[in-house]
Write a new protein. Structure first.
Length: 404
């Protein structure tokens, strides 16, 4: 009986130990495998461009001033209106200058008559001198008189020219097609060469947009385009538009429908900002480009290049440089250092370090480390905008735009 009890106790102990061991195994936690979002590194056709802030400025601007003294008799324009080249804008009192022209003309007639008479006298005395009927002294006097009257004729002609020129200054005309601003003098005011600006005329079509371009990007463009990027006398426009495009966004955010051309590059860089002043010329038939206003320019090459892009959110950095986490065929995380380029919307260009179609971790980066195993969900590529302009900057920033 005692032996039977011992056997029962042993069986109970074995069952208890077996049950406890099974429960411990069941209660052991399985290794945690995080789930991350990945995106395939893809190849896009990119166009490199630079976004800068520019200011609209007129190609020609003239202050109209009085060049003679007189009273303003007429004003033949409305302030702020469009004027044509040669259009009469102001008329200054002409009476005095007309009379001066008449006087100069009369003096010329008188001087010419004196000269003609002296010429006749000179010829007569010269004939007599050859016949020994007149002295050499008398002939020399005739020569002197002839030259004196000849000089008087020349002076009278110059006075008449000056009088006519002053008379022409009484008409103030537009030097080119453009818009005229507010007039500063009214009809009846006395004006002269010391008076201020009568009015200002600016050319508005075509028109300039001035901007500052980073000298580092300028050097890059010069290497790509060579000396063809500089203007010459026989080709004032730097580019015909076949290789370089210049687009413009207005202050209200709308795209300007006409492309421009860069036609001025300054001959020196600004040492304080590290930029070079440039100007692009735009046709402005609808006068949407207003002098003094600010616009955004996009400048780039038309040529497309193939380049790998990944989401910007995938980029990480440490002391060794920029890197991304990739997931291999065994779902193991790998750390790869890359050389990044410029932004392409929410993506970024990768110049080296990864290959196309590699899976790059874009979300859940804090949950992983190199060598860890993961589960992943592939990011929908349609969620990534194809093109997004960078924020405007007064200097320059470079983006790459995908082929639309």
């Amino acid at each position: 009986m005692r032996i039977f009890r011992i056997v029962v106790l042993l069986l109970v102990a074995v069952v208890f130990i077996f049950t406890f061991s099974s429960c411990r195994k069941k209660n052991q936690k399985q290794p945690f495998v995080p789930t991350v979002t990945v995106a395939k590194a893809k190849t896009d056709e990119l166009t490199e461009s630079t976004n800068v802030i520019g200011q609209v400025s007129p190609i020609e601007i003239v202050d109209l001033r009085a060049r003679v003294q007189g009273y303003l008799m007429k004003r033949n324009f409305e302030a702020g209106s469009y004027v044509k080249k040669g259009q009469l804008l102001f008329e200054i009192q002409k009476d005095e200058f007309t009379a001066d022209c008449d006087l100069s003309a009369a003096q010329l007639i008188q001087a010419q008559a004196n000269y003609d008479f002296s010429l006749v006298e000179y010829q007569r005395y010269k004939t007599l001198e050859t016949q020994n009927a007149a002295s050499q002294e008398k002939l020399d006097a005739m020569v002197k008189e002839k030259y004196q009257f000849d000089g008087a004729v020349r002076a009278a002609k110059a006075n008449l020219t000056l009088s006519r020129l002053n008379l022409s200054y009484t008409d103030v005309t537009a030097p080119f097609d453009g818009r005229i601003g507010m007039y500063n003098y009214s009809v009846g005011d006395l004006v002269d060469i010391n008076s201020g600006t009568l009015a200002e005329v600016i050319m508005i079509n075509p028109i300039w947009v001035e901007f500052n371009y980073s000298e580092s990007y300028f050097i890059k463009r010069m290497r790509e385009l060579g000396t063809q990027a500089l203007p010459t006398l026989d080709r004032p426009d730097i580019d015909t538009g076949k290789r370089v495009f210049v687009k413009l966004t207005l202050a209200d955010g709308s795209a300007y429908p006409i492309e421009g051309r860069i036609n001025f590059i300054d001959n020196k860089a600004d040492p304080e900002t590290g930029t070079i002043k440039m100007k692009a010329v735009f046709e402005n038939p609808d006068q949407l480009l207003i002098p003094g206003s600010y616009v955004q320019l996009e400048i780039g090459l038309r040529e497309k290049i193939s380049q790998i892009v990944v989401p910007q959110s995938a980029l990480q950095s440490d002391q060794q440089g920029t890197f991304v986490f990739t997931v291999n065929n065994n779902n193991i995380v790998e750390k790869k250092y890359i050389t990044s380029g410029t932004a392409v919307g929410t993506n970024i260009e990768v110049k080296s370090g990864i290959n196309p179609d590699e899976l790059v971790v874009s979300q859940g980066i804090l949950l992983i480390r190199p060598g860890s195993q993961v589960k992943y969900v592939i990011q929908n590529s349609q969620e990534t905008p194809i093109k997004e302009k960078s924020s405007a900057s007064p200097v320059a920033d470079t983006t790459r735009n995908t082929k639309s």
